[in-house]
Design a protein. Sequence first.
Length: 366
Amino acid sequence: MRETVHVPLGDRAYDVVIGPGLLAEAGALIAPLLPRPRVVVVTETRVAAAHLEALRAGLSAEGIEMEALHLPPGEATKGWPHLQEVVEWLLAQKVERRDVVIALGGGVIGDLVGFAAAILRRGVRYVQVPTSLLAQVDSSVGGKTAINSGHGKNLVGAFHQPALVLADTAVLDTLTQRDFLAGYGEVMKYGLLGDAAFFEWLEVNAPAMAAGDMGLRVAAVKRSVEMKAEIVTRDETEQGDRALLNLGHTFCHALEAATGYSDRLLHGEGVAIGCGLAFALSARLGLCPQEDPSRVFAHLKAMGMKSELSDIPGDLPGPDDLLTLMGQDKKVVAGTLNFVLARRIGDAFVTSEVPRDTVVQVLAGK
């Protein structure tokens, strides 16, 4: 039960290997990349407790030595202090340009370590070993690396493609239900933005996938990665089509900032709510059928996920203040905020022609 998706980017091409049991085979899969039998791993404490020894065993089976740095878990790790810590540790480990750094963890670790690899010695190679569903289907693929700033999320970063991605779907069994469903927000996004048949497949199969069906998990991760790879290949540095991958994210990033990047709202939960808001806005503007946002919200509820702003615990800023936070998004061009909206499920597009008052009304739930 193994699938491989190739990301064809010329001399920066790489494979995304998907399936259960890949940690045990990590040594055999990574060895061809190594100039010497040694790697360094950056992870976080919770992931280390669950998976680091399995990775160590997989590497040592091929005679590969490993050193590891453990960081605190959580979005707050993705900032300047821990970036400096990682870079200084990698230098202390005498990591050379042809060596390989392994990012073992979810999206936070992948983004942070990828950025550290991008700037260390002007670029060293790294392997993504994503341990969350969100990271397996989205953040580990495509080469976007970044840290957060006090001004907003992912505003400091670089495009730096990994040399390999190992998506071991067996590790998803160790996720909490909340973390798994947060990652599912990104899976659903792919169907909504460009594959109506995939969204229909998810409406039927996602409950069993969430309950643990490994075959369905591999299939969902593979299709998500295929779609991401297709878009990244067409538009690696987000000059056009790649912006479609931000469906739900303009709303999401504002909500994350409003909740202080805390556990009140996980990134994938924000994406799911943001996708619902994007379809509600599209319908309000007469761009898509009224039944499409109803289908999106119904599916989120059927999956037991957050679907509306009122599902976020605690107080939120008002609609005008949320719109101000949205203005700090990376999709602002020449001072104009771009939105990813939809003509129908499976047909998203980017536009800046969105009246401010209509956005405020949707945020206000009117």
